[in-house]
Structures are given as structure tokens and as C-alpha cells.
Ligand binder design. Structure first.
Ligand SMILES: [Zn+2]
Length: 310
């Protein structure tokens, strides 16, 4: 057994440990039995612990349903506490809308048997093929401690789901990422879109397929829901404002980048083109434009090269 003096001596030799950071999550009521925990309308950064995605909490008689789980084990655990406080029941199910870590890594705080995702997302998340965890650990350091994603054990399939008396309808779409899940709460007409919809915040495109994304937005718009909970940005209390805004950005982005390339611009110049005044209210527009240049430039270049025979 260590003597007290030895112990203190050993501790003194350790680097000073900063206090573990804490998430301060605030839930906004959206409709009967539905709350949204708003993410910061900013890039993932030490200041926000990666808590930039909107998380939806839905009360059911069988327990709370989470749509997305945050960026880290610690955020997932904080969401579990918050959901229990709001609904009076523990979390019973977690749906992951897509593979991006600001939405999915908080699933670390829940047993795999509780986590549902499409087969494509389950495979992507389990294998961490995009190397998200290393990148996130670099960006977020201690916020990420203990984060280990389970392979989601439940398969999210398109169609109706009844959980604890609450009727949900799942939509399996694509475009923002290779597999995007949207969830409609039938009773309140609340459509939770994941990152298929951004509101007053520029869309992120690291794994986007723009034609597929447009088709998905058309499908969502056709539902005629009462309100939309976007993946990022404020809840849209209208059926179509946020969907139309996301669509308008994507419709502008692709030809704008192509025109920049045709004009002989460099990637840096393309990232500095004028952003139309209609997008003046969008957070992180310049940053997302610059990121989109990096996502799409090589593909645009390849498309311009003459097709080689044989
Ligand atoms: Zn995303």
C-alpha cells in the first residue's frame, strides 16, 4: 500500500489534468412530446465539444426515442440524462440518421441493442471506414474520452414503426451521405430530416451526391408535414422553408463551382467567389463553400477531361 507521501509524490509527477469538459444541453419543446437539443451553428471545435448537430427527443410509453446521439460518449450520456428528465423514462431507442460523427458517435453511450441504423450506415459506422474517430480525437481531445461506437444492432427500414404507442414513419434516402434516414412523427406532423435539410446554416457536402440529394428533398417536400427539424439550424415551423433553402444552395453550388473551373480559377479562388445575397443569412456559408470546393473539385476536373478511348 502506498504511503500518503509516496502517493502525493506520484501525483505531482503527472501533468496537470484539466477538469473534464461538460456539455450544457438545452432542450426546446417542438410539439407534444418532442424536444430538440440544438447544436451550435458552427464547425466542430474544442469550444463546442462537437455538439453541433440537432438531436431530437421523442417521448413514448415504451421509453424515450433519440434521433441522433451527438458527437461523443459524454454527449450521448448527457442526452440520456436529459431525455429521462424530460420524458420521465429512460432512452429505449436511438436512431442514427447518417454516418457523420457529430450525429452518430454519441451512440457510444448506449447498448448496441438499442441503436438503429440503415444497413449501410451500420456498416460504415462499425468499420469507421472514413477514419472519423482519429480526426475527431485530434479536434476534440478530452471531449472524446471513452467514445467507442457500437455496431448498431437494429435495422432501420423504410415504413411505419410503432414504439410505445407513438407512430413514426421512416424514410431511407440518400444524397447528403450514402444513406440518410428521415423520421416523421405522424401525430404531430414533425419531420426530422437529419442532414438532408439545413436551416439558416450552409449545407455540408463531404459525402454528398447532389442529384440524389435533390431527389430526396423533393420526396420530403411532398410529405406536406407541419414542421421540419433540420440536422443543423433552427426548427422550421413551416413545411417548406428550410427544405427550399437547402435546395436553393445546392442548385447554386454545383453550377457556380463548374463556372469557376471554366473560368480557370484555382481552388482558392473558387472558394472566394461571391455568395448570392439570398444566402446572406446562412451561418458558415463561406467555410462550407470552401469545403465544398475541396469535396467536388477533383470530380469536376475529371468530368472536364476528354474521355480516353479504350
Ligand atoms: Zn452530415
Amino acid at each position: 500500500m502506498l504511503a500518503r507521501r509516496q502517493l502525493l509524490g506520484a501525483l505531482a509527477g503527472l501533468p496537470l489534468l484539466a477538469a473534464a469538459p461538460d456539455y450544457r444541453l438545452v432542450a426546446e419543446p417542438v410539439a407534444a412530446g418532442i424536444w430538440v437539443v440544438r447544436g451550435a451553428d458552427a464547425p466542430i471545435a474544442m469550444a463546442n465539444g462537437g455538439a453541433i448537430a440537432n438531436i431530437t427527443i421523442i417521448a413514448t410509453d415504451a421509453g424515450a426515442v433519440l434521433i441522433d446521439a451527438g458527437a461523443s460518449h459524454r454527449q450521448g450520456a448527457a442526452l440520456a440524462v436529459l431525455a429521462r428528465r424530460l420524458t420521465g423514462t429512460p432512452v429505449a431507442r436511438v436512431y442514427l440518421t447518417h454516418l457523420h460523427p457529430d450525429h452518430s458517435f454519441g451512440a457510444s453511450a448506449f447498448p448496441a441493442s438499442m441503436v438503429a441504423a440503415t444497413p449501410a450506415v451500420a456498416a460504415q459506422v462499425a468499420g469507421d471506414k472514413a477514419g472519423f474517430s482519429a480526426g475527431l480525437y485530434r479536434l476534440l481531445g478530452d471531449w472524446m474520452r471513452g467514445t467507442e461506437l457500437p455496431a448498431p444492432a437494429l435495422v432501420a427500414q423504410a415504413g411505419p414503426v410503432l414504439i410505445g404507442g407513438r407512430a413514426l414513419r421512416l424514410f431511407t434516402l440518400a444524397g447528403h451521405s450514402p444513406s440518410d434516414l428521415a423520421v416523421l412523427d405522424e401525430a404531430t406532423g414533425t419531420l426530422i430530416t437529419g442532414d438532408l435539410v439545413f436551416h439558416n446554416r450552409a449545407p455540408a457536402t463531404p459525402h454528398a451526391d447532389l442529384p440524389a440529394w435533390r431527389r430526396a428533398l423533393d420526396q420530403l417536400a411532398a410529405l406536406g408535414q407541419a414542421r421540419v427539424v433540420p440536422g443543423h439550424g433552427p426548427v422550421d415551423g413551416t413545411p417548406g422553408t428550410a427544405i427550399a433553402q437547402t435546395r436553393a444552395w445546392l442548385d447554386w453550388l454545383e453550377p457556380a463551382l463548374r463556372a469557376a473551373m471554366e473560368a480557370g480559377m484555382t481552388m482558392v479562388e473558387a472558394g472566394n467567389i461571391a455568395i448570392p445575397p439570398q444566402f446572406a443569412g446562412l451561418a458558415v456559408a463561406r467555410l462550407e463553400l470552401q469545403r465544398s470546393v475541396s469535396h467536388f473539385w477533383a470530380g469536376l476536373e475529371a468530368a472536364r477531361l476528354p474521355r480516353l478511348a479504350g
